[in-house]
Design a protein. Structure first.
Length: 318
């Protein structure tokens, strides 16, 4: 299915150097903000009080959040769990204030709004638990990166694996840079969004790399740059359909999902937008500069790499 078809190839790779300089500058800025400002970690990572309260009817989450925030707590997380009448409240740790004191203040304020609200669970999440969550999150990120590299190296060739993983890490670091610069809350939900962006970005790279491989088989006289330009141009319609529909869904979560989904949707929005950019101007360009060629992907029926008789490098050992 295509909305439109472009007859003439767009010379993307002619401007690859300029766009990659911009990408590098953005990447460096993101790293700078990560080190200078750091991430504003949520209660899951820093520790704090977790409360579960129950209502006799569906809870008004906005009202509960405003009530708790009115007590002076910053970065309060309020969300339903299980049913609409069950509410989970996460409070950041406060110096000199115990978990019991925090929960007592919150319950007093909530009961002033609804006398029938009851406390169902109240516990303290220590920083050690948050540290373990952070370590597990980094391990998950590392495993995803390694898995993607192995998959691409097997499906294509090592040059494509290197190009794709650089592009994907570029997306991840830029997302983290946004969160560091604006000091948006970084929670487990945001970490899940980052991992989702990794998978989403590599899918776009695989589509382009697949088309590059097809073009190497189909157009023997084309240069590598022309092959890549044709591959990207021929997949533009598909990119607009898939990314556009996904972005509409994510934007609906961002605009109408409320505070619980806000930063999750924000991370996905940034990741999808930069994922399109990096697949075209980062992954494809790096693959080109690494020297991809027809012999890396196409094999003859004898099982040996098929050589183009017009290729001056034919017969060379790589």
């Amino acid at each position: 299915m295509e909305f439109f078809k472009i007859r003439k190839d767009i010379p993307f790779m002619r401007h690859a150097l300029i766009f990659n300089v911009i990408s590098f500058a953005t990447f460096v800025l993101a790293v700078f903000f990560l080190f200078s400002r750091g991430l504003h970690l949520s209660v899951e990572f820093t520790g704090g009080t977790v409360m579960e309260v129950g209502y006799t009817q569906a809870a008004d989450i906005g009202k509960v959040r405003d009530t708790v925030a009115g007590l002076g707590f910053a970065d309060v997380q309020v969300q339903t769990f299980g049913t609409a009448s069950d509410v989970m409240i996460r409070l950041p740790a406060q110096e000199g204030v115990s978990t019991a004191q925090q929960s007592e203040r919150v319950m007093t304020a909530l009961k002033s709004q609804d006398a029938q609200v009851v406390m169902r669970r109240n516990e303290f999440v220590g920083p050690q638990v948050g540290k373990e969550l952070a370590q597990d999150g980094l391990k998950a990120l590392a495993m995803v990166v390694i898995g993607i590299m192995i998959y691409l190296a097997i499906r294509f060739e090592w040059k494509y694996a290197v190009a794709a993983i650089i592009a994907n890490l570029h997306d991840v670091v830029i997302i983290l840079g946004f969160f560091a610069f604006f000091q948006w809350e970084f929670s487990l939900a945001v970490l899940a969004a980052v991992l989702a962006v990794l998978g989403y970005s590599v899918n776009e790279s695989v589509v382009i790399f697949d088309r590059i491989r097809e073009n190497f088989r189909r157009y023997r006289k084309m240069q590598t740059r022309e092959i890549i330009d044709n591959a990207i141009t021929s997949t533009i319609s598909r990119t607009i359909i898939t990314h556009g529909s996904t972005q509409i869904m994510v934007l609906s979560m961002l605009l109408f999902g409320g505070p619980t989904l806000h930063y999750f949707a924000m991370a996905l929005t940034i990741g999808i937008l930069f994922g399109i950019y990096s697949s075209v101007f980062v992954a494809a360009a790096i693959a080109m500069w690494l020297g991809i060629k027809r012999e890396d992907l196409v094999k003859s029926n004898t099982g040996k790499k098929d050589e183009d008789p017009n290729d001056p490098n034919a017969g060379a050992t790589v």
